[in-house]
Ligand binder design. Structure first.
Ligand code: SAM
Length: 248
């Protein structure tokens, strides 16, 4: 999978891309991340990327020309049918809220373009005539789209086949099945006065799976009850939830 990231600060990505899972995915050739400096697509002596907002107001706005040129240059490098389908994603606090479902959706593409804004944002014509999708990573305002792009790259890359050591670990993860994940423990079996739940030491995989499923349901009910409306639950589990709700 290939990511093409348009940014004014390509250096910000070096730490994320040279560490852990992302570094491994890149070095194994499972992922290519190309960083494009928006400034390289300017033509004036000062490499100007921003200008004052029409109508006045605080701050600067990113100019449309370098962003259009950068994206059109990427599109011209690939066959036109592929270019027509290429997702061009603007990171913006006004976009659809990023989620595990959106990460899964994005992981099915062979290539994504991510545009990182800065300052007061980007000239509206980029949004109107160039981008195909707008994503926010949360209801807060960041100084730039770079951290948001890293969040998306990280969440998408770990879904790609071969990136995680064990494919199974994806299945139980929080949000994968509409539930939060069950609690995890490792050695020692007793730390200070706090023992690991006995069932996990029993070696009985049927009981362990049952305990984990119940814990995931209980945890989701406690922390994110609205998620249960979309979770896949059998009748017994629905009844368990009703009982737990009555105990609250
Ligand atoms: N003035 C803009 C507004 O109110 O919508 C916010 C601009 S913000 C200071 C600068 C850039 O950071 C944005 O263009 C966007 O690329 C990025 N950004 C900020 N918050 C974000 C969020 N929650 N999700 C994704 N990108 C974000």
């Amino acid at each position: 999978m290939q990511f093409d990231i348009l940014t004014l600060f390509p250096d910000m990505f070096q730490g994320a891309l040279s560490t852990g899972l992302l570094q491994r995915a890149v070095s194994h050739g499972l992922v290519v991340v190309n960083l494009h400096n928006i400034r390289d697509y300017t033509h004036d002596r000062h490499h100007t990327v921003d200008d004052y907002p029409y109508g006045g107001g605080a701050g600067m706005v990113l100019k449309p020309e370098p962003i259009f040129e950068a994206v059109e240059s990427l599109q011209s490098d690939i066959p036109s049918e592929q270019a027509a389908m290429l997702p061009i994603i603007l990171l913006t606090p006004q976009g659809r809220l990023f989620s595990q479902q959106i990460a899964e959706e994005l992981s099915r593409h062979a290539q994504l373009v991510l545009i990182c804004g800065r300052y007061e944002g980007i000239d509206e014509r980029v949004r109107e005539h160039l981008v195909t999708d707008e994503i926010s990573i949360g209801d807060y305002v960041l100084g730039g789209g770079e951290l948001a792009a890293m969040v998306i790259v990280d969440a998408v890359v770990r879904l790609l086949p071969g990136v995680l050591g064990s494919e199974e670990s994806l299945l139980d993860e929080s949000h994968a099945t509409g539930l939060l994940e069950y609690p995890q423990y490792t050695r020692p079996p007793v730390y200070r006065d706090w023992p690991v739940p006995e069932v996990l030491l029993s070696g009985d995989h049927g009981q362990i799976a049952k305990w984990r499923r119940e814990q995931a349901i209980m945890r989701t009910l406690q922390r994110r009850p609205e998620m249960l409306d979309r979770a896949q639950l059998d009748n017994k589990e629905e009844r368990l939830i009703e009982r737990l709700k009555q105990l609250r």
